[in-house]
Design a protein around this ligand. Sequence first.
Ligand SMILES: [Ca+2]
Ligand SMILES: [Ca+2]
Length: 372
Amino acid sequence: MKTITYSLNLLRSAGRLMLLLGGLLCGGQLSASAQTLVWEENFDGPTINPDNWTFDFGDGCERGNCGWGNQELEYYTSRPENARIENGNLRIEARREDFQGKPFTSARLKTYGRVHFKYGTLEARIKVPNLQNGLWPAFWMLGTTGTWPASGEIDMMEMGAKTSYPDNVNNWAGAAVHWDYKGSQADYEQVYKSAAALTDDYHVYKLQWDANLIKVFIDNVQFFSVGISNVAVSDMEEFHKPQYVLLNLAVGGNYTGKMNPGDITATLPAAMLVDYLRLYQNPGDELYLGKDHAFAGDYGVYSERPAIVDKLVYDGQDANLYYWNNLTNITTPVPVPFEGSRCWPCTPTAAAGLAWEWIMWPRIWETLPMAR
Ligand SMILES: [Ca+2]
Ligand SMILES: [Ca+2]
């Protein structure tokens, strides 16, 4: 699920890096049975758990990346129409509807800020819809640091590739890694071809990731492997840093080759169902759970006078809540806005009484549109 498209594709266009990687691709065994279940999401609550998930919104233009770098045709929302819990599943639903200037809606969920990990075995039980024509479901990961592709990307499952049309689109699944190789985008992909349509039922898509190898399986059949240990040669330091998980159902775009709304002939609404995710790790593997780093207590916008009528409503899904300061550039987790000299002092010792309010108020006025 590339987020940005570059013209240079080292692995697909030339043998140079392929040869380089050839020496890195090898067997090797991970001992999944020795690993411990450290995180799971069964989607069995009444609503999507904000401890585990947040959303990407819009068509990508909001972050200067229209079409999410792939000329996708959907607008992502967090509305129940596009993402909800149903019968113990996460249901991501693509719909045909005009919304904010786009002809389709869908959802893209991620564990950013909630669940980050380095190394482990991650499996997800997923059922994808009939993809013909134009749907693009994905179960994938991005690095928590760096700008793509230097953030690193691991795709455990993508379906709907243009190369699988017209006859095999429901039978092909791809896995891939994308990274920065000495200043240029590098990609490596392998495809799983199933005799039966993968869209007929649930399948377990699994990543095994350790310091030596990234491997991907469907129903315990391995179809992808890449060696990552020789960082000096492969420039794959990206894959030795924590990543977070994404789940989405895109409509159209470069991967599918369906670039126009009229090309999308799939029956809609269409749903990608996720029964569960489970993460197993060895001792020493990194795991960051956002809920373990949450601060206790009450938070809000306070004033000594007058009383604030409007309230800041934080639901954990549609908004991010940041602490601003002008003293320290907060680097973990990133990105956290750092206001530098543009932020007035607002520590308890900076002022008292009326002066406190004078100092606080302009900053709040500027940063909270709902207060106007
Ligand atoms: Ca790199
Ligand atoms: Ca479930």
